[in-house]
Structure formats: C-alpha cells, structure tokens
Design a protein around this ligand. Structure first.
Ligand code: UFG
Length: 338
C-alpha cells in the first residue's frame, strides 16, 4: 500500500482528497497546523471512509519539525495543499504569504530531497493566468503579472518546483484549479470559511441561511452575456479525484516531463447570476442579493480548456454546478445544526 503525505489535509480540498485517496487504497498521513480548520474534520473523514487517517499536528514553518517528520515517516508521495489563500489579506500581509506559501515549500522540498521522496502534486491556481487573452484557457496561455502576493506565490512556487525538478529526481504535477465549490455528498465534510466569507459560494449559502443579510454581486457591467463575472466552478469531489489520477501517474512513472501542468475545471463558464439562479432552483430557496460595484482585482472571465487533463491525465469532471449547489446547501444546513 502506497503511503501519501497530505499537507493541509484537514482543510477544504485536502479533506476531500484524503477521502478519495483512502477510497483508492492509499494509506494517508495528514499534516495540518489547524490554523484554518478544526480537528473534527478528522472524525468526518473517518466517518465517511471508516478508516482513520494518521494525523500529525505540524506547522510547516517549523523546519526542525519537518525534518523530524520525514525522519520518522517514510512516504511515497506528497500532495501539498497547505498554504494561505485569502487574496485580499495577501495584499496587506505579503510576508505572511511569502513565509507560508514559499518558505514552507522550500523546507518541504529540502526534506523530500534528503529523504528521497520524489513525487509531489502541487496545488496551483488559474490565478497564474490573470485575465487570459483567449478563452477557454489552455495550459499554454501566458503567465500574466500577478494581481496579488497570493497569486505571485502560486507563480513563484511553480517556478521553484520547475527549477528543483530540473536538477534532482523530483517529479511534479501542478494542478491549476479553477474555482473549487460544493462538498461531499454526505454533508459530513465541506468548506469551512473562518469569519466573513470572501468567496462566492460560502457567501451564497450563509445568506440563504440568514447568517448574512444580503449577497453583494460585484459588478454587472462586465463584458459577459449577463454583465456579471464568469468563472469555472469545479466540484471539490471531482477536483479531489484529479489528485488521485495525478499521483498514480507519478507513482507509475507515466509523466512525460519532470514537471507537468494541468488545468482542473469543468470547461464551462458560469456567471455570478447563473450561480445564484442555479442555487435558488435546485434548493428551492430565495436568495437576497443586490448588485454593487465591481470588486478590486477581479477579472472578467476565466474558464478552462480541459483537453489536456481529459486526454493526457485521463481525468474529466463528472459533477455539475447543480450538484455543487445542492451539496453546498446541505453542508451549510448541517453546520447550522452543529
Ligand atoms: N463574488 C460576488 N460576491 C461575493 C463574492 C464573490 O459577486 O460576495 C463574485 C466575484 O466578484 C467573482 C465570483 O463571484 O466574480 C467568484 O469569486 P470568488 O471570490 O469565489 O472566486 P475568485 O474567482 O475571485 O477567486 C478564486 C479563488 C482564488 C484564486 C482565484 C483565481 O478563490 O484563490 O479564483 O482567479 F486566486
């Protein structure tokens, strides 16, 4: 049984990926510093899969602790989620983002090299493309200057991984996520935003639940069919499955180059109003919303060309925006009960 280290394995995408890894017969060891989640997620994963993953509370900024971890645990591959991800916060606290997202990656790669761990899946983002000139976005689209320190950390991390893979045994797959949404169908795990949500879906579900009075739709004067901004909303369970396929590709030495990049999205663009309408329709709830000014730094439209992921990686999204909106609402209702 192959053993996979999942950093940030108790947060949103990480926890769903741990479930899929276990379902596929991998042994999982999670490290997480619990800065952006709770230990209850570990019980949630165990409840779904009936297998308790090994968990080590560890802050990747603690270089010594990372060294000790790798000395004590032999792993076959790493899926690296742990990072800070609030775009707005990164503008005000750039050093936090460079330390959390870049400093820790360096420590991780140093210890992987020292311990001959050669496979890593990295959480990248469509943010590296900025506002692409052509839609849908292929992996060949140019990397645009980042809008925020957060975005810059994703670009820098890809470059660091490329540099290291060139001169070592490291094999890398960087998955460029579009907009991850939804939750596990059991509603046992899901997205747990801390404080006021910055992202659309948690704001939608919290508004529907009455926690927020009104959803602000940021701009209706974009050059899109209904004037609101367009994104590619990918169900987190589909996204989690992409990591399994990618890890198997590395473990079976099927990767074609030392570092590979894949867009992980549905290929379909949905506007903010499409999301609101879908949410209302599938859940039979009314959402209180109003149109306000554009949010600074937002792009007009982004959706993936998924041809490379479909043909080369052998992965394709299966769940729909409807599925995502249903599971997100189920999860929100569960949270309220808790
Ligand atoms: N939006 C609203 N109201 C809200 C929140 C969001 O109208 O309350 C709109 C945004 O303006 C945007 C869309 O909903 O048009 C999606 O916004 P999100 O904040 O959910 O997602 P973003 O596309 O802005 O950001 C996501 C990830 C980032 C990543 C970025 C890459 O959250 O981590 O994609 O483009 F960097």
């Amino acid at each position: 049984m192959k053993k996979i280290l999942v950093t940030g394995g108790l947060v949103f995408i990480g926890s769903h990926t741990v479930v899929e890894l276990q379902k596929n017969g991998f042994e999982v060891i999670i490290i997480d510093d619990l800065s952006n989640t709770t230990i209850n997620v570990l019980d949630g994963i165990t409840e779904i899969t009936k297998i308790q993953p090994k968990f080590v509370k560890l802050d990747l900024k603690n270089k010594q602790a990372v060294q000790t971890f790798f000395k004590n645990h032999k792993v076959d591959g790493v899926i690296h989620f742990a990072a800070s991800k609030a775009v707005g916060e990164s503008v005000h606290k750039p050093l936090k983002y460079y330390e959390n997202n870049i400093g820790t990656l360096v420590y991780l790669l140093q210890e992987m090299e020292a311990n001959k761990v050669t496979n890593i899946i990295f959480s990248s983002s469509c943010t590296v493309y900025g506002q692409a000139d052509t839609l849908p976005i292929t992996e060949k689209a140019p990397i645009k200057p980042a809008e925020s320190p957060y975005g810059r950390t994703k670009q820098m991390a890809e470059e660091i991984l490329a540099d290291v893979s060139k001169v070592s045994n490291l094999n890398v797959i960087a998955l460029r996520y579009f907009n991850p949404v939804g939750g596990h169908e059991s509603a046992i795990i899901g997205e747990l935003p801390i404080g006021v949500p910055q992202n659309l879906i948690p704001y939608v579900t919290q508004t529907a639940a009455g926690i927020r009075a009104c959803l602000s739709v940021f701009g209706d004067d974009y050059d899109t069919p209904d004037g609101t901004a367009v994104r590619d909303y990918i169900h987190v369970v589909d996204l989690a499955k992409a990591h399994i396929v990618a890890m198997k590709r590395l473990l079976e030495n099927k990767n074609k180059t030392k570092i590979e990049f894949f867009n992980i999205g549905t290929g379909q663009g949905s506007s903010v109003l499409d999301v609101i309408n879908t949410f209302e329709k599938v859940n039979n709830v009314k959402l209180n919303y109003k149109i306000v000014a554009r949010r600074e730094g937002d792009i007009t439209a982004a959706y993936a060309d998924t041809t490379l992921a479909n043909t080369e990686l052998g992965w394709k999204s299966e769940l729909t925006l409807e599925d995502a909106m249903r599971s997100a609402w189920l999860w929100q209702q569960k949270l309220i009960k808790k």
